[in-house]
Design a protein around this ligand. Sequence first.
Ligand SMILES: [Zn+2]
Length: 142
Amino acid sequence: MAKIIVFNNDTDRMETYYRDEQDPMPYNTNGTLRVREFRGSSKSNILWTTKRTMQSWNSQRYVFGAPIPVGFAFKRPYEGGHGNQSQHYAGTAFDVGQRLSQSERRRLWNSANDSGIWYYVEPISLTPTWVHFDKRFRKTCM
Ligand SMILES: [Zn+2]
């Protein structure tokens, strides 16, 4: 059971949810993002994200039109990871597509980059075996 804190961008309020690992994340549609996928290897009992991030995921999944395997989204600062970490600590970033073929991963990267859904899609040169996209509030918060 995870405690999930969601910042609701529409009401400017924090919302608290309790979910099992196999449950969909709050605001997720069609079960395309489970709690265990969002957390990846994080051992944290408390996870957090924003409503806007979850809605962006729903849109990305719809635009891509196929399942998106999730490596992880959420991390705590002491749990390591790759270079562009602060957005993962904020629960607003995804590292996905690790298990896709190279051509499917490229298609996913293109769909994320072309969709206008995300604030930032990390260049392919920096993410050779995954796709990083995030919904950061500001460019300067990295
Ligand atoms: Zn990332």
